[in-house]
Design a protein around this ligand. Structure first.
Ligand code: GDP
Length: 432
């Protein structure tokens, strides 16, 4: 899906606008900066077109850090969005920070739409006019809080937002898109350099910004792969405040562009919350997953033993993900990455014909019927795979299946079909 990013200074009303666009009723809009939220990307729809809305403002700094944080938002938006909504407070007018952001946004060829927020009624409309001075064209007056002007804004956005993401073209036969993820210093850039250095970098400047290349196409194992958001890996961003938030934002946005994620872990350090958070983001995104255990050259027997315990304890929920034990430094087992990626993508693309899937369900139910509940037993009438990427199944039932039974079905699906490297989803539709 094309990605629309919302950028702007703290308190200009970014969250209110995001809530308005996604039509969230329970919109929490706080008048105080510094509210941390987890979600940064949302599915949105307007005029029958779907897009991903990325809220870059989930972490708001204190006054000292404002320039830096807004610059960071703008940078991520430039790298990873197909269009940008730049939100300004019409009642305040353009500030030095706004002008700074405009200079950053000018470096991209992505469409940028200037939103003059807090224009709550017609009387305030002239306030928006001063924003022409920012040089981004006509300011679009809106009131995110009351909804005024938002429909017109979205109509305009639809004329600027590409049908399919430019950054992630879904062409048939196009290179598969890989995101290399992991917390700082696990060896992402070393891995990328190894891959790019030993093999041939095919095209080095994709997505056409005047800045760093965002994606790189690299030939590996006789095939061209597209590594997304390599700019985010190569760039060393030194940001004290909100570093975690911006890392999550970048990870989420990169996943949006990717089909498969390689989560790099550093075997010399315990598996930590940051690693698990990144894996969670991959699971949320529904992308295929490969785990790369890096710095294997530094592993001694004792640490190796600990690592096995940690994997058993912390990574049991992704036991289905292929694992490669590599060293970006020595090049050890790097060649195993390609088959792992291929396996994960094959699983992610898998479609099980409806007849086969129903035979599978019938056999499973015959062998292990759903436990009786109050003398009754929910029956599965019919099942089908509704989607691929990732494989998503729907079961039509006469009552809710126990969560345990649903997990059992998923386990069985994996036993029979594998699905290594791909999440799978089993949904229910209860027919009364
Ligand atoms: P990034 O922040 O994830 O991109 O991590 P870097 O690629 O910058 O690597 C962080 C540090 O780990 C650097 O000093 C690398 O030289 C080192 N490093 C990366 N991969 C390996 C490896 O496989 N073995 C060893 N011994 N060091 C590594």
């Amino acid at each position: 899906l094309p990605v629309l990013a919302v950028v702007g200074r703290p308190n200009v009303g970014k969250s209110a606008l995001v809530n308005r666009i996604i039509g969230r009723r329970e919109a929490v809009v706080e008048d105080t900066p510094g509210v941390t939220r987890d979600r940064v990307s949302y599915k949105a729809e307007w005029g029958n077109r779907r897009f991903t809305l990325v809220d870059t403002g989930g972490w708001e700094p204190d006054a000292r850090g404002i320039d830096k944080s807004v610059a960071q938002q703008a940078e991520i938006a430039i790298d990873l969005a197909d269009a940008v909504l730049f939100v300004v407070d019409a009642n305040v007018g353009p500030t030095a920070t706004d002008e700074h952001v405009v200079r950053l946004l000018r470096q991209t060829d992505r469409p940028v739409i200037l939103v003059a927020n807090k224009v709550d009624d017609a009387v305030q409309e002239p306030n928006a006019a001063v924003l022409w001075s920012l040089g981004l064209g006509e300011p679009m007056p809106v009131s995110a809080l009351h909804g005024r002007g938002v429909a017109d804004l979205l109509d305009l956005v639809m004329t600027k937002l590409p049908e399919v993401s430019k950054v992630a073209k879904e062409e048939l036969g196009a290179p598969r898109r890989v995101a290399i993820l992991g917390r700082p210093n696990v060896g992402k850039s070393s891995l990328l350099n190894r891959a790019a250095g030993e093999e041939r970098v095919v095209v080095n400047d994709l997505a056409g910004t005047t800045r760093d290349p965002i994606d790189e196409q690299i030939e590996l194992g006789g095939k061209v792969w597209r590594f997304v958001d390599t700019a985010g890996i190569r760039k060393r961003v030194h940001l004290q405040q909100g570093a975690d938030f911006y890392a999550s934002l970048r990870t989420t946005a990169a996943l949006e562009k990717a089909e498969v994620a390689v989560v790099v872990l550093d075997v010399t350090e315990p598996i930590g919350v940051q690693d698990l958070r990144i894996i969670d983001l991959v699971l949320e995104s529904g992308r295929a997953l490969v785990l790369a255990f890096n710095k294997w050259d530094l592993l001694d027997d004792e640490r190796r033993w600990q690592l096995e315990r940690e994997v058993e304890r912390d990574l049991a929920h992704v036991a289905w993900a292929p694992r490669v034990n590599i060293s970006a430094r020595t090049g050890r087992h790097l060649e195993k990455l390609v088959p792992a990626l291929e396996l994960a993508l094959d699983s992610w693309d898998t479609r099980i014909p409806t007849g086969k899937f129903n035979a599978f369900i019938a056999e499973l139910v015959a062998e292990f019927p759903h436990p009786l509940r109050g003398g009754k037993q929910p029956r599965i009438l019919f099942g089908t795979q509704a989607q691929t990427q990732p494989p998503t199944f729907v079961l039509f039932t006469t009552g809710f299946l126990d969560p345990g039974y649903r997990r059992f079905i998923m386990r069985r699906l994996r036993e029979v079909y594998g699905f290594e490297g791909s999440p799978i989803v089993v949904n229910m539709r209860v027919r009364e």
